[in-house]
Design a protein around this ligand. Structure first.
Ligand SMILES: Cc1ncc(C[n+]2csc(CCOP(=O)(O)OP(=O)(O)O)c2C)c(N)n1
Ligand SMILES: [Mg+2]
Length: 273
């Protein structure tokens, strides 16, 4: 919230809905070295829902990839922390994203390359549920299953909202149900139909996230890729942002920052009061 307020641009809802997923990945799941971001055997991670970059940067800073103070440069032209992830600027990123729909295809290429080179790291891709309306996601899903890429794991931040929520009927403002991206289909059905193994979890439950990721990592070489469907709430963490599509990309006012601080019980520097 503070970083977005400081830069005057950025996203809130998507980063907050994915926060437990990102924290679990960077602090418990990914086999990475923050001090050696180009380590060859590292797990690869692609934030396909690149608009959630500010959340990823906050977690990477806490994990030691760069100083926390650098978050204040977010979205400036000369910053390593672009509004959407730019792997040519920030070491530790394995994909440049922001144009939705592309990250899984990049992950398929990396995972296939790892297999061909006999490397045993995993490739993880975090997608939005709205993003799953992009056709390229399903082309990639088919290819991943065709090559039995058990070393590829897709995690879907299944918050039931996108930029404006799902349209409901003919009313232009009737939005915000928590149904699936496609009428008559479910993400589970679509991944399973494409040949993937599917695990559904509560995406705010650290134990469930870590357990599902461990299951995915144990996948036997030559078996199916795994999709973890993480049920989440967009804008999770603050009463006034939760489940509100208006917070998809909004700059908090000074009053809202103060309300957030009080609700979280933290002081101005972010420490518990
Ligand atoms: C190809 C493409 N189309 C549109 C956008 C604009 N856009 C950015 S985020 C977003 C909504 C994404 O919704 P979802 O994938 O559900 O993400 P989340 O709910 O986690 O924010 C849209 C339409 C984009 N970045 N890329
Ligand atoms: Mg969504």
């Amino acid at each position: 919230m503070k970083t977005v307020a400081g830069s005057g641009a950025g996203h809130i809802g998507g980063p907050m809905s994915a926060m437990e997923l990102l924290v679990a990945l960077y602090f418990r799941v990914l086999n990475i070295r923050a001090e050696e971001p180009d380590w060859g055997d590292r797990d690869r991670f692609i934030l396909s829902k690149g608009h959630s970059a500010v959340g990823l940067y906050a977690v990477m800073a806490q994990r030691g990839y760069f100083p926390i103070e650098e978050l204040a440069t977010f979205d400036r032209g000369d910053s390593r922390l672009q509004g959407h992830p730019d792997m040519t600027r920030l070491p530790g990123l394995d994909g440049s994203t922001g144009s939705l729909g592309q990250g899984l295809a990049v992950g398929v290429g990396i995972a296939l390359g790892a297999r061909l080179r006999g490397r045993d790291f995993r490739t993880w891709v975090l997608l939005g549920d709205g993003e799953c309306q992009e056709g390229m996601v399903w082309e990639s899903a088919q290819v991943a299953a065709r090559y039995r890429l058990a070393n590829l794991i897709a995690i879907v931040d299944h918050n039931g909202l996108q930029q404006y929520g799902w349209p409901l009927g003919d009313e232009p403002d009737a939005r915000g149900d928590r149904s699936e991206p496609f009428p008559g289909g479910t993400l589970r059905g679509m991944f399973e139909g494409s040949g993937w193994r599917v695990i559904e979890i509560d995406g705010h439950d650290f134990g469930a996230i870590i357990g599902a990721c461990a299951q995915a990592v144990e996948a036997v070489a030559g078996s199916r890729p795994t999709a973890i469907l993480a049920r989440t709430i967009k804008g999770r963490g603050l009463s006034f942002t939760e489940g509100r599509y208006a917070w998809h990309a909004r700059v908090p006012t000074a009053d809202e920052l103060e309300a957030a601080r009080l609700e979280l019980g933290i002081d101005a520097s972010g420490q518990p009061e």
